[in-house]
Design a protein around this ligand. Sequence first.
Ligand SMILES: *Cc1c(COP(=O)(O)O)cnc(C)c1O
Length: 370
Amino acid sequence: MGIPEQVSASIRAISPYQPGKPIAELAREMGLRVGDIVKLASNENPLGMSPRAREAIAREVADLPRYPDGNGFELKAALVRKYGVAPNQIVLGNGSNDVLDLLARTFLAPGDEAVFSEHGFAVYPISTLAASGKPVQVPAVNFGHDLDAMAAAVTERTRIIFIANPNNPTGTFVPGERIAAFLAKVPRNVVVVLDEAYTEYLPDADRYDSVAWLAEHPNLIISRTFSKAYGLAGLRVGFGLGSPELIDLLNRVRQPFNVSTLGLAAAAAALEDEAFVARSADLNRRGMTQLTEAFERLNLTWIPSWGNFVTVRVGDAVSINQRLLAQGVIVRPIGGYGLPEWLRVSVGLPEENDRFINALRHALEEEAGQ
Ligand SMILES: *Cc1c(COP(=O)(O)O)cnc(C)c1O
């Protein structure tokens, strides 16, 4: 038997994560100039990062010969100030992806079940299978979480439930009171992971205080990231908040130096710049209107989104995507999420959104003329 055949069926069942195409790769493939390419494929912040984060990075460069602070003291102190939790309620991750993976490795023994939604974030099944757990995918309603069905899917083997709010790639949102009601009815021995990667983009009217729920729900873990509104995707920093008991277990499994020196410093500085995050959310709201008004004009259906991206139905998404790439515009086909006719586009700067809209109109015309 060869090595691949010896590997567990669980590992072999993993469908690899499909990242957005890097700008440099498209430039090479199409013979385009890097500066002529627009990437709206990975929900990155089009404003970049806070100048304070940039300064922190420059300051820390001299310290790079040393290992990072494995306990992340400064970043945790900044998180304590912002969220009012204790330091032993925080686990830091190499992106929140790392936190999600830690959760699966910590709480899933072989055959244990992890419940998540159809059209949910791709990392949930990947981390579950990598930990030899059993993914349990619950059908979506209106492209979003069906919390009643998810609660009904809990069995004796269920150890984790993953909920992304807002969800990626559909952008759907579950109001806070519905999540609170769900938490109240889920068995206390099941870890509920509330993945709030896009929470900074929520309008005031939809905000809810999940951190306050931690006191009543020691089985709740909130996952957040610096990759989206904070604009630090390339540095890989995320964190989880939870009860000291669960956080202690996660910290045992965590690699000792999982967050880099630059990541720790930049994230702590970024957290203090609330004006930057507010500006980012503002720009996002305007860009979302720009995109959805264009979809309306083009007679396209889209899914109302609470994130910094929107998913739109274009027909043959693989073909349309190819036509967009040829024009130097990178978005994300999401056939792998069970949505083969849809493209997910991140909200960019106004001129980037325009580039995309014009390229999409052109692609749809070409497709119709076929
Ligand atoms: C982008 C995203 C993440 C965060 O990824 P990082 O590893 O923190 O860069 C987590 N969850 C969802 C739903 C996301 O879309």
